[in-house]
Write a protein that binds this ligand. Structure first.
Ligand code: ZN
Length: 82
């Protein structure tokens, strides 16, 4: 069974890049400011005061924050062909 494509999070809990689809996404800490940036296309979440906030902004797509539940639900919907 091949793995279907779906948004994945890496070890840091970061979604793949929404622009280039890359998984080379890193948390960048610059003194007190934290941002999430894509190595592939330099997309950035913008700078935030904490890693939690930066991750939350990066993982929010179309106003919706992706969580582990979303991935489980997406997998279920695929199984039922929805
Ligand atoms: Zn990218």
């Amino acid at each position: 069974m091949s793995a279907p494509h779906m948004p994945m999070t890496n070890d840091e809990g970061l979604l793949e890049c929404p622009f280039c689809g890359g998984n080379e996404v890193y948390l960048i800490v610059d003194l007190v400011l934290v941002s999430v940036e894509c190595e592939g296309c330099c997309a950035s979440s913008g700078e935030w005061g904490s890693s939690e906030t930066a991750i939350r902004h990066w993982n929010t797509r179309n106003g919706h924050l992706y969580t582990a539940d979303d991935f489980n639900q997406a997998a279920e919907e695929r199984d039922y062909g929805l």
